[in-house]
Write a protein that binds this ligand. Structure first.
Ligand code: UD1
Ligand code: UDP
Length: 367
């Protein structure tokens, strides 16, 4: 029996690791130990409860307005104790969060091999997204096995001299989730409210956007709603108090904007499917929207999800108020342009990534 230890800390890690947890739990020669670091508290709990994931180990490290150094140090120390005690054959981390980075660093110190899920995403701009671009590059440097969601991600790794026989192109596990979550019959009081309009779905949370950039984005949204009577906005807001304060100050009084609590992922996917367009700085939302063929304006200067941009379902608009305003209006006022973006694509996967990765891990560990 071989032991795999998996660490997850934030909402997207739990959503995207879930298909893999399910698949690994079916492997009779693998003992899976799931550790939730608690980098997120409520947002993580929401996913764990929804998918009935019961972590074997739960840490509770989150603090309000936590600093990167606090998350890193706490997880490094806790991971050090756990890995020394359990000494797994392999550790799995996901993506580019501080959880993944700090756990990866400790594995490197202890010589424990790392399998990196969602490997190879790059913007090649070290401060965008911050600190994620740094985290993902470090993880590529120290991981043994790289599970790249797309060929483009694999090519990025090859350029960094990662050996091709250690890279597996598997698709993104988030497609496994969204393939099952969107249903034909779905209702919600907020969707009823927005039913008579074009609904723009908004999410916003990137660290590098908090402050001036986010203020400019919110001002653009305000201007769009003021000018377009047939537009309503639903904004499930992140729990970060810095984002909440800013959003309520600029958008809180607008009648046609509903700022609501974070939706669970099944609800969120069904909101996505029923929206007219999505405005976001999220990573995962870009992949999900590409699968649904739902136009997205990405409120960032650069993206690591270039596949969706090439497929024309995602548009990179940056954070300038006038540019966002102009771009949204041009799409709202030009149905042909809008329709060209409604382009469902399987560039991010076929919905079988979890099973695929579990089979590869089983093979690796049986050698
Ligand atoms: C983190 C990840 C980011 C990922 C995002 C997903 C890093 C560096 N960033 O960013 O890559 O896209 O998660 O959402 O790892 N908070 C709560 N309750 C929660 C979660 C957050 O109150 O359940 C508040 C806390 O005040 C916390 C703050 O949000 O201090 C920021 O959380 P943090 O994990 O540091 O950053 P995210 O922006 O969520
Ligand atoms: N999501 C959710 N509820 C919401 C908003 C988003 O469950 O109210 C999901 C979304 O479907 C996606 C994930 O959260 O799967 C994206 O997480 P986030 O944007 O926080 O992080 P990122 O993907 O940018 O790392």
């Amino acid at each position: 029996m071989k032991t795999i230890m998996m660490f997850l800390g934030t909402r997207p890690e739990a959503i995207k690791m879930w298909p893999l947890i399910k698949a690994l739990r079916k492997k009779k020669d693998i003992k899976l130990i799931v550790c939730a670091t608690g980098q997120h508290q409520e947002l993580l709990k929401q996913v764990l409860e929804l998918f009935k994931i019961e972590p074997d180990i739960s840490l509770k490290i989150m603090k309000v307005n936590q600093k990167l150094e606090e998350i890193t140090c706490e997880i490094l120390i806790e991971a050090s104790k756990l890995l020394t005690k359990i000494n797994p054959n392999m550790v799995l981390v996901h993506g580019d969060t501080t959880t993944a980075f700090a756990v990866g660093l400790e594995c490197f110190y202890q010589g424990i091999p790392i399998g990196h899920i969602e490997a190879g995403l790059r913007t090649y701009s070290i401060e965008n997204p911050f600190p994620e671009e740094f985290n993902r590059r470090v993880l590529s440097l120290i991981s043994t096995w790289h599970f790249a969601p797309t060929e483009e991600a694999k090519n990025n790794l090859l350029k960094e001299n990662i050996s091709p026989d250690k890279i597996y192109v598997t698709g993104n596990t988030v497609i496994d989730v969204i393939k099952k979550s969107v249903v034909e019959k779905y209702n919600h009081v907020e969707l009823q409210w927005a039913n008579d309009s074009r609904m723009l779905l908004v999410t916003m949370h990137r660290r590098e956007n908090i402050g001036t950039a986010m203020e400019k984005i919110f001002l653009a949204i305000k201007k769009i709603v003021e000018e377009c009577e047939n537009v309503k906005v639903i904004f499930p807001i992140h729990l970060n108090p810095l984002i909440r304060t800013l959003a309520y100050r600029i958008l809180g009084d607008m009648e046609r904007i509903h700022i609501i609590e974070p939706l669970n992922v099944i609800e969120f996917h069904n909101f996505m499917a029923r929206s007219y367009m999505i405005l976001t700085d999220s990573g995962g939302v870009q992949e999900e929207a590409a699968f649904l063929g739902k136009p997205v304006l990405v409120m960032r200067e650069v993206s690591e999800r270039m596949e969706g941009i090439k497929e024309n379902v995602l548009k990179l608009v940056g954070t300038d108020t006038d540019k966002i305003h102009e771009c949204v209006l041009s799409i709202l006022n030009n149905y042909q342009l809008y329709k060209q973006m409604c382009n469902p694509t399987d560039v991010y996967g076929d919905g079988c990534a979890g099973e695929r990765i579990a089979n590869i891990l089983n093979e690796i560990l049986s050698k």
